[in-house]
Design a protein around this ligand. Structure first.
Ligand code: NOJ
Ligand code: CA
Length: 694
């Protein structure tokens, strides 16, 4: 008898005894629709609620406790009994307004457990478990009740206890920023405090203990992939996971503030979902819709004012030093003339958006750490930037302005101006904004990932909904699938983006970076990485830095990384007349279908996507610092169609360090029976467009 079956027997026995003695169950099982995942909820000694999870008969989450601690009142984590359970099964399909797939299946079994204290206060809470074929989600629900009204949560103690020392891809549990390179270690080797280097360009970064930020992804020795995260983070603090490397345990550690308040709520309320993706293939993590499925359906039926788009920007100039945000300095980049040149370029290359940073008053104090606050003005342009004219000119060329609001994390000021700032966008018919929150949060004592900021980011989404403006937030709260409910949440940063290649002192993002990000950060939702730098050497602007990939790898990122807004960030002159520009011109941004063909986290990844509204397919494949050959069967193509495939690929001597910009384009007729052999250079990639022949 396996170890697992023993546990099962014990659990069943407990159930039996408790049924007999108290006429109530103390252990309950819930399976995924395909029965591969089994969740057991039970009340352990002293009335402590606990759960464990197995996948294909292998235990993946060991017995883990659940509970809460509050300010001034007794903890709610023991002396509990089950007073009722409810079950249901849902199988429905919903439409993504924009996304990786046109349709999403939402199929799960649900169990709601009603718990009540056996002691006099009889405080109660419920736990809702949903088990899908690709993982589980559970959330706590606190009903309105006499002895639990206004609550201050000082700790949520949700445990995720592991069964072995897995391989983990992780970043430190920083309360302010997610912009780290991923570490790949055994769970027992996680040392967030050692890897924590305060970033000089940011005013605030805080890692209080050995914890990781989510999504955090693991691989077991038997090849099962697990990823831990949360869904629907609303009016609550973001969750980091504290790690106990000795006992292989994790526990929720909510982001607090300087007063040690984690969450302030009044009953009734519910927490975000705690999620565990459980799959066999690395690619299934990406294809999984667990996180969006756990969010409520959309509050709007359509969003005709926003179309997924590629966009150029007055942006890379600032990062490589050829332009300035600040009008008082040299080379103020956000001027009408330069913006119009960019609009012309965009319009000639099938690019629908333009972002202009540094257009508004306030950047003079941007670098002044002491006087950073109370300076940005979100409605007044600098004298050399004619906002109305730029909008008008763009519209005449089919290119929409993307507004920019850098707030310096001065929330007090931004919220004071938010109505006027969004009203201005509405009056000019501008339908998207990139927001930014660099630096320390005002009011002081708050962190970027705490409840105060979660509520701020939510306020901005709601303002966007009200004024038809979609939000692309930088230095954001992590993505937790809220894009389903609020499709105005189009993209966000929350990742160590391309910009680090321009100015970080540590050599930039290594080639493996983007073979990890899709399996970690991106499981939460789209990223605004800004792929597509052609001048990978950054010469002559930042000769000490460079992009650590080949050019074909940069092209492949338009398919590998999902976002409904994809930047085309390099200087225009690096794209003009460049043959690889054809791929950027052709590649879609909104998809009918997405599939991950082959992948190993940290090594390589091949993604195919079918464009919505056309019959075109696109493929993106990337590798880490190792060259490799991959075979791709084109059986995903329509069987009755012949396609013209344009293959943008590395050449035999391409190399991310030695020869990054060498590439070639091969054109070939293909059909669903074709098998392609793609040779990826070290740090290389391959991008292919498949366009049906007439
Ligand atoms: C940091 C953002 O990530 C970057 O894209 C932007 O240019 C600067 N902040 C200024 O807002
Ligand atoms: Ca950033």
């Amino acid at each position: 008898m396996s170890k697992y079956s023993i546990i099962k027997v014990i659990v069943c026995l407990t159930l039996l005894t408790s049924c007999m003695s108290k006429e109530e169950p103390t252990s309950i099982t819930l399976n995924s629709p395909d029965t591969n995942i089994e969740l057991n909820f039970f009340i352990s000694d002293k009335g402590k609620p606990s759960y464990l999870v197995s996948y294909k008969n292998e235990k993946v989450i060991d017995s883990s406790k659940l509970g809460f601690e509050f300010q001034k009142v007794l903890a709610l984590d023991s002396n509990l009994k089950i007073i009722k359970v409810e079950r249901k099964t849902i199988d429905e399909t919903w439409k993504m307004i924009w996304g990786e797939d046109a349709q999403v299946r939402n199929h799960y079994n649900e169990l709601k457990v009603f718990l009540e204290e056996t002691s006099e206060l009889k405080r109660s809470f419920n736990i809702i478990f949903k088990v899908y074929n690709d993982g589980i989600g559970f959330r706590y629900e606190f009903p309105k009740q006499e002895h639990l009204n206004h609550v201050i949560i000082t700790d949520e103690n949700t445990e995720f206890n592991l069964t072995a020392d897995h391989k983990v891809w992780w970043i430190p549990g920083d309360w302010d920023i997610y912009e780290y390179l991923y570490n790949t270690t055994k769970f027992s080797e996680i040392d967030a405090l050692k890897h924590y280097e305060p970033k000089t360009h940011l005013g605030q970064t805080y890692v209080p203990e050995n914890a990781v930020n989510t999504p955090v992804t693991m691989k077991t020795d038997s090849g099962v992939y697990l990823s831990f995260h949360e869904a629907d983070l609303t009016n609550y603090a973001g969750m980091t996971l504290a790690v106990d490397t000795l006992n292989l345990k994790m526990k929720s550690e909510l982001v607090g503030n300087s007063e040690n308040i984690k969450v302030k709520r009044q009953t009734p309320f519910e927490t975000p979902w705690r999620t565990i993706q459980i799959v066999d293939r690395a690619g299934d993590l990406i294809e999984s819709k667990l996180i969006v499925n756990l969010n409520e359906s959309s509050v709007i039926d359509n969003m005709s004012y926003f179309k997924p788009t590629k966009y150029v920007g007055v942006w890379w100039d600032m990062h490589i030093g050829t332009g300035n945000w600040d009008y008082s300095g040299k080379n103020h980049a956000a001027n009408t003339k330069y913006t119009k040149e960019m609009i012309d370029f965009a319009s000639e290359h099938n690019i629908g958006g333009i972002l202009v940073e540094g257009w508004n008053i306030g950047w003079e104090k941007w670098w002044d750490k002491k006087n950073k606050k109370e300076h940005f003005d979100f409605v007044t342009p600098y004298p050399d930037y004619d906002l109305e004219e730029v909008v008008r000119y763009g519209k005449s060329k089919g290119v929409e302005l993307i507004m920019h609001h850098e707030t310096s994390a001065d929330i007090i000021r931004y919220e004071k101006q938010i109505d006027t700032a969004f009203a201005l966008m509405k009056s000019l018919d501008i339908h998207s904004v990139k927001t930014g929150y660099v630096g320390s949060v005002t009011p002081e004592g708050e962190y970027h990932h705490g409840q105060y900021m979660v509520n701020h980011y939510q306020k901005v989404l709601e303002k966007g909904l009200e004024t038809n403006v979609a939000i692309n937030a930088h230095e954001p709260i992590k993505a937790t699938g809220k894009r389903r409910t609020y499709p105005v949440a189009i993209s966000r940063e929350g990742v160590r983006g391309q910009e680090y290649n321009a100015w970080s002192k540590d050599g930039g993002n290594p080639p493996e970076h983007l073979t990890i990000v899709p399996f970690t950060r991106m499981l939460g939702g789209p990223i605004d990485y800004t792929p597509g730098i052609f001048n990978t050497s950054l010469k002559p602007y930042k000769s000490e830095n460079q992009i650590n990939t080949t050019l074909s790898h940069q092209l492949a990122l338009y398919v590998v990384l999902y976002s409904p807004v994809q930047m085309v960030p390099d200087l225009i002159k690096h794209y003009q007349e460049h043959p690889a520009m054809q791929f950027i011109k052709d590649v879609g941004v909104d998809w009918k279908k997405t599939k991950v063909l082959e992948a190993e986290i940290g090594d390589y990844l091949t993604v195919i996507r079918q464009e919505k509204g056309t019959d075109n397919w696109f493929l993106g494949a990337i590798t880490d610092e190792n060259q490799r050959i991959i075979k791709v069967s084109l059986d995903f193509l329509d069987v009755d169609t012949i396609y013209s495939a344009k293959i943008y690929k590395d050449v035999p001597n391409s190399h991310y360090l030695k020869n990054p910009e060498a590439f070639e384009i091969e054109e070939q007729e293909v059909n669903s029976k074709t098998i392609l052999e793609l040779k990826l250079a070290a740090g290389g990639g391959c991008a292919i467009s498949f366009i049906p022949k007439e």
